[in-house]
Design a protein around this ligand. Structure first.
Ligand code: PMP
Length: 279
């Protein structure tokens, strides 16, 4: 696999970052994950806007503008020998003597890699996945796509420890998101989504799902969703760039609905696939 590091393309095994990189020492950086279908990045402009917001959120000058990123991303995509890719990019505050305060002079480290994109199969979609619940104990800037993911790592591991796929997070009794996904609920044919704020990552897939719901007249409520509502939902979904729309069919050991993908999930996945095909 060919990766990009600070202006060079090289095999992954040869890519090296100095130990004084602030990404390594402090988790001082931000990242993006962009799905690539048939060598075309999906919703690239939205990902680049979020990247800019993440840079602004940590007071890091974005090393490239949208045109620069677009060229670099196209170049990396063309160097892989598979067409559907999971494109990961990260920018750190660079290499400097260890000190919490920002370095006076440091060049951001830019790293990108593209792995084969693995999305859920139709059978996995139909079966759905189990999830568990946890208290959302992360910081108050979950809208920044920070590489400092220790809380998310620990929260996701709770799911793995229980044989589940995702951990659904609640803060003060309300749904925020998953450890690495956004969460939707369905009740009586209505789609319920928590509002975009600093307590969750504004998922590109989340935005796409809301856009599709609005465009296709699916009843939608974007508002705070209580833990009780999540537990009483007819359907639960997780969304992300790599999982797309994936039903959660068991939650804390109980079946969600009839324990299979629900009708609204099927409809939304079909709309999402159609959008991908025309993008
Ligand atoms: N929330 C968190 C915490 C995430 O890590 C992710 C991405 N893995 C998402 C939501 C979904 O974002 P997107 O749809 O842009 O992949």
């Amino acid at each position: 696999m060919t990766v990009y590091l600070n202006g060079e393309y090289l095999p992954i095994g040869e890519a090296r970052v100095p130990v004084l990189d602030r990404g390594f020492l402090f988790g001082d950086g931000i990242y993006e994950v962009i799905p690539v279908y048939g060598r075309k990045p999906f919703r690239l402009s939205q990902h680049l806007v979020r990247l800019q917001n993440s840079c602004d959120g940590i007071r890091l000058t974005n090393p490239l503008d949208a045109a620069g990123w677009t060229t670099l991303i196209a170049d990396l995509i063309s160097r892989q020998d598979f067409a559907d890719q999971n494109l990961y990019l990260q920018v750190t505050r660079g290499v400097a003597k260890r000190d919490h305060a920002f370095p006076q002079t440091a060049t951001p480290t830019v790293f990108m890699m593209a792995n084969p994109l693995v999305t859920p199969t139709p059978a996995q979609f139909e079966a759905g996945v189990p999830a568990v619940s946890a208290h959302d104990n992360r910081w108050q800037r979950c809208d920044i796509k920070s590489i400092a993911l220790l809380a998310n790592v620990l929260l996701r591991q709770l799911a793995v420890d229980e044989g589940a796929t995702e951990t659904i997070l609640f803060r003060e009794g309300y749904l925020t998101e998953g450890a690495a996904s956004n969460i939707f609920a369905v009740k009586d044919g209505r789609l319920l989504a928590p509002p975009r704020n600093h307590l969750m990552l504004p998922g590109i897939t989340y935005d796409t799902v809301l856009e599709l719901a609005r465009d296709h007249g699916i009843p939608l409520e974007v508002r705070q969703i209580s833990e009780a509502e999540v537990r009483a939902a007819d359907e639960l979904w997780l969304t992300s760039s790599t999982k797309e729309v994936l039903p959660i069919t068991r939650f804390d050991g109980h079946a969600v609905g009839d324990g299979h993908a629900g009708p609204l999930a099927r409809r939304m996945l079909a709309l999402y696939q159609a959008l991908k095909d025309t993008a």
